[in-house]
Structure formats: C-alpha cells, structure tokens
Design a protein around this ligand. Structure first.
Ligand code: MF3
Ligand code: CO
Length: 270
C-alpha cells in the first residue's frame, strides 16, 4: 500500500505529544461510548466526537482523507456486518445492534487512532463473544509490542486468539505505523508467523487493529465506496489502540488521563 513507506522512530518529546493526542482521542471515544443507545443516529455520534476534539484544540485526520472520494466525516461508524469505514448519517441505532466507533485525532501535528465495538442495549451471546475475542486479540497483540520482538510475533498473537475461538481475521486491511501521519510504515497484519517480519525497536508507534469476522474472512465494499462489510452478512468487530514501543514495554497512547480504556467505564455494557 502507498502509505507503507517510512518507519519513523519517535523521541521522548514526540511520544509525549502523541500521548496528548491519544488522550484527547480517548476522551472523544468515551463521550461517544456514553451516548450509544437505541434511537441515537450515527451522525449524532459523529457530532459528539467532533465537539470533544474541538474542545481540546484537536481535529480528526479522517475528515477529507483521500479515497474514492474524500472521507466525509470525523469518525467511522460501522454497524453489524459493517467491518470498517462506515459513514455516519441518519441511521438510527436499534436494540441488539453492535457498532464500531473508529476515531482519530490530530494534536500539535501528531495523530492518535483508536476504535472499539460495543453493543446497543441487549445483544446476543454470539455478539458478546465476537466483541470479547476481538478485544482480547488486541491486548494479546499489544503485549508483544516490545523491543526485540518481531512484527510476526504481534500478528500471530492476534491471529491465534481469534482463530482459537473459530473466528477469522481480515487479510485485506491492516494496522499501521502512526505519527505525524495517520498511516506510516510498517503495515501490521492481523495474521503472521512468530519470529518473522521487522524487528521492533523502542520509539516505534503502532496502531494495532484486529478486524474480526464470523465464518469467513471475505469482505466487500458497498456502493458508497467506503463501507467495508462481511461478504456473508454476518456481524463483525474492530478494536484499535495506538501504542508506543518503549524500552520497558508497550505504552498505550489512546487511553484517558488515568490510563483507563475509553470504552471501559461504569454503566456501559460492551
Ligand atoms: N482507523 C482507520 C485506519 O486506520 C481509519 C481510517 S478511516 C479514513 O485506517 F476515513 F480516514 F480513511
Ligand atoms: Co488505524
């Protein structure tokens, strides 16, 4: 892919700014998570994220991102069979839906990128398992983001969690380096072989994003040219964090000031 070009090692000053961008991103995601309920539209969720970013002097790198046509919103809202890049609009959420919220932030020239998937009201056991496995795969991968490990260790950790639960990772979309640009090198697939691929070094910043499907890994793009859906129409899930590799291990950048996950807080069911 065209954005798989440079791998930029960040110094501690840059990492500090990326932590701020990540914290603001987490604030936006937490505000959206709190608003998810039956009857709310995806467009309203987009407005909530935009207002939080604006409050902190940040903006979304998604808006006008080049593609088939410039991406028209600040977040992606992907409901049910929509895997990634769903466009916010008039769609009203219904009890039993699952929705992925993907949000980016640019602050002082650096990017944060993170996503979660959550149930709307009461969801089925199968959907709960889909969300739990995808989130677990994200954290299994994050734990491998250490100097001396290889990119394949990260990818394999994600793949193993997903496939051990008889679910499937996409082959067509990947995680990525993140920094001054939303998409830097390296590409980070959600499948791979331990010990293979690039050697990880302190100062690399990676957006890891498992995208998980039921039954098959096949996807297609809908007529709006952005939204990616499962080919079989089954539900899908997506979780993402931006993470710094440091000498002492992974540091998750896209968390709240107290280190809490933006999608984990009292009163919310996942
Ligand atoms: N988190 C997504 C990614 O890493 C967001 C891209 S949406 C876009 O690719 F609209 F900006 F393309
Ligand atoms: Co991303």
């Amino acid at each position: 892919m065209s954005w798989d070009r440079q791998i930029n090692i960040k110094n501690p000053q840059e990492l500090a700014v990326m932590r701020e961008a990540g914290r603001i991103n987490a604030e936006a995601l937490a505000a959206v998570a709190a608003a998810i309920a039956p009857g709310v539209t995806t467009g309203e969720l987009n407005e909530i994220a935009e207002s939080v970013l604006k409050k902190y002097g940040a903006y979304s790198p998604f808006k006008n991102y080049p593609g088939p046509y410039p991406y028209p919103a600040s977040i992606c809202t992907s409901v049910n069979e929509e895997l990634v890049h769903g466009i916010p609009g008039n769609r009203k959420l219904k009890n039993g839906d699952i929705i992925s919220i993907d949000c980016g932030s640019v602050f002082k020239g650096y990017v944060g990128d993170a996503a979660f998937t959550m149930g709307v009201g009461e969801i089925t056991k199968e959907n709960k398992k889909l969300l739990e496995v995808t989130e677990k795969a994200l954290f299994a991968g994050i734990n491998k983001l250490k100097p001396g490990n290889f990119l394949g260790d990260v990818s394999a950790a994600v793949q193993n969690v997903v496939e051990s639960h008889n679910l499937h990772v996409t082959r067509e979309y990947t995680g990525h380096g993140v920094g001054r640009r939303m998409h830097e090198g390296p590409q980070v697939p959600n499948y791979g072989t331990p010990g293979k691929g690039m050697l990880l070094k302190a100062g690399m910043t990676i957006a890891l994003e498992p995208m998980v499907l039921i039954g098959t890994n096949q996807t297609k793009v809908t007529p709006d040219e952005w939204t990616v859906v499962s080919l079989n129409g089954m539900n899908t899930a997506h979780f993402e964090h931006s993470v710094a590799i440091t000498e002492t291990g992974p540091v998750i950048l896209t968390v709240l000031a107290d280190g809490q996950n933006p999608w984990d807080f009292a009163g919310q069911s996942k």
